[in-house]
Design a binder for this molecule. Structure first.
Ligand code: NAD
Length: 497
């Protein structure tokens, strides 16, 4: 069976540990490969390599670093089919969706190509008589990224293109469920001319993550995953004096106002709730029906959810693929069971879906609940599967309160034709990313991605200028070039004259 190893110092290297994880093809349910899980010493050795590489990479002019990133961009484009197939084969999502996620990652690479401009500092002449001041941003050193299974290319690419363009060196610890695409990206970076040791991939589980958190030479940690682990990463990175951004889970609401374009809202909800089998942190898993729109909304949604074409990701007719693992499939099914027990009305039940020829694949059909309320666990908790809950409320204010009271604050959308409602919503809602008549409001690479509340621990989001700031530290220089006149010692707080 194929064994997936680590990538350190510009090449694939075997790890020292005998611990291995299983990697499945979710479409067939077959195990396709094994992945080596790193020990602490594997991680520490990779950090030594990255630390050495930092000495020279950080001194390269940003323009030269940008040229490597630009070449990498071309290689992703050239190899996009292979990369997409790797995502589909281990994650399960449908081909076009996987390709779209690769493109969203590529856009961050394009953003990072502008690094000479993005790193420009500030200069003030004559902050005092004959005294000038300038500020610059310098790289941190070795930084690490720990990423989830649901976007094996895009989420790592939110991080490393910017980190390395800023002059840092990088250790990526991707999800052990779908590690092949990140490894291929490492090879492409080498092919693009990235010096050995600047980008390294360490495969692993909690042991590798803990080794990252404890290693004194790792200066910053970027994490994306579930909320309990995000909190753990945040607390332990801070305890070990690291800079940290830790993005967590979500429960996103899409508010359907009675005046909206209902077809637009229904189509938006179908893609946002069931696309990628609901395994997106920006999936819209709650539809909030305002006023009297509920019956019509549920009637239209149920017809479409029943007609969803579920199948293998490589089948061009599939709209939704399988879930990532059997364990995750069982977890999602158990949430549907729970919703029934809690008294929600299961309008569309996808639990018994069986696909001919793919009987062992990790499939579930789209599920739709009506009359969900805020006290139910299926409302409060992230299910991360193709399960859409409809909550009915009387007013816009009630919808906004429901959303603001939720512990998560990643994404939210409203469908309305009323500019006043749209503007008030954008202004008042306690959520990091807001859509108005847009179902999945994922910011572009040159803006920044990040939720509020328990969807993000730390101060900065990913990519855009938040990314540049996260991966650099600010230095401000105040300088005077004396021309003959020497000043005497001053014993009071200096103020500019
Ligand atoms: P996860 O939290 O299980 O795993 C994320 C990473 O943490 C993986 O690399 C994993 O190996 C590691 N990890 C897992 N358990 C650990 C432990 N006990 N100690 C240390 N490290 C551990 O998440 P997942 O299941 O891979 O991904 C799905 C989750 O990610 C969902 O909650 C989803 O909402 C979230 N997510 C959030 C965003 C966002 O931007 N906020 C984006 C994508 C995914």
């Amino acid at each position: 069976m194929k064994l997936i190893e680590h990538f350190v110092g510009g090449k694939i290297i075997p790890g020292s540990s005998d611990k291995k994880g299983k990697v499945y093809n979710p479409a067939t349910g077959e195990q396709e490969s094994e992945v080596r899980l790193a020990s602490k010493s594997d991680l520490d050795q990779a950090v030594e390599v990255a630390k050495k590489a930092f000495e020279t990479w950080s001194l390269k002019p940003p323009l030269q670093r940008a040229r490597v990133i630009f070449k990498f961009k071309e290689l992703i484009e050239k190899n996009s089919e292979e990369l997409t197939k790797l995502i589909v084969s281990e994650h399960g999502k449908v081909y076009e969706d996987a390709r779209g996620s690769l493109t969203r990652g590529l856009e961050v690479v394009e953003f990072a190509c502008g690094i000479p401009h993005l790193l420009k500092g500030e200069y003030s002449e004559n902050v005092g008589t004959d005294v000038d001041s300038y500020s610059m941003r310098q790289p941190l050193g070795v930084v690490a990224g720990i990423t989830p299974f649901n976007f094996p290319a895009m989420v790592p690419m939110w991080m490393f293109p910017i980190a390395i363009a800023c002059g840092n060196t990088f250790i990526l610890k991707p999800s052990e469920k779908d590690p092949s695409c990140p490894l291929r990206l490492a090879e492409l970076l080498s092919e693009a001319g990235l010096p050995d040791g600047v980008f390294n991939v360490i495969n692993g589980d909690k042991e590798a993550v803990d080794a990252i958190l404890e290693n004194k030479d790792i200066k910053a940690v970027s994490f994306v995953g579930s909320t309990p682990i995000a909190k753990y990463i945040y607390e332990n990175s801070a305890k070990n004096e690291k800079r940290v951004q830790a993005l967590g889970g979500a429960k996103n609401h899409l508010v359907v106002m009675p005046d909206c374009d209902l077809d637009g809202a229904v189509n938006g909800l179908m893609g946002a709730a069931y696309g990628s089998a609901g395994e997106r942190c920006m999936a819209q898993s709650v539809a909030v029906a305002v006023g009297d729109i509920g019956d019509e909304l549920v009637s239209r949604l149920s017809k479409k959810a029943e007609a969803l074409k579920v199948g293998p990701g490589m089948d061009k007719t599939s709209e939704m693929g399988p879930l990532v693992t059997k364990e995750h499939l069982e977890k999602v099914k158990s949430y549907v069971d729970l919703g029934v027990e809690e008294g929600a009305k299961l309008v569309v039940d996808g639990r018994n879906l069986k696909l001919q020829g793919y009987e062992n694949g990790f499939y579930i059909g789209g599920c739709l609940f009506d009359h969900v309320n805020k006290d139910m666990r299926i409302y409060k908790e992230e299910i991360f599967g193709p399960v859409l809950s409809v909550v009915r409320v009387k007013t816009f204010e009630e919808a906004a309160k429901l959303i603001n009271d939720h512990e998560y604050g990643n994404g939210v959308s409203i469908y309305t034709r009323d500019g006043d409602a749209g503007r008030t919503f954008a202004s008042k809602i306690q959520i990091g990313m807001v859509g108005i008549n847009v179902p999945i409001p994922v910011p572009m690479a040159f803006h920044s991605f990040g939720g509020w509340k328990r969807s993000l621990f730390g101060d900065s989001g990913m990519h855009g200028m938040e990314g540049i700031k996260f991966y650099t530290k600010l230095k401000t220089v105040t300088s005077r070039w004396p021309s003959g006149v020497r000043s005497n010692a001053e014993f009071v707080m200096p103020t500019m004259k």
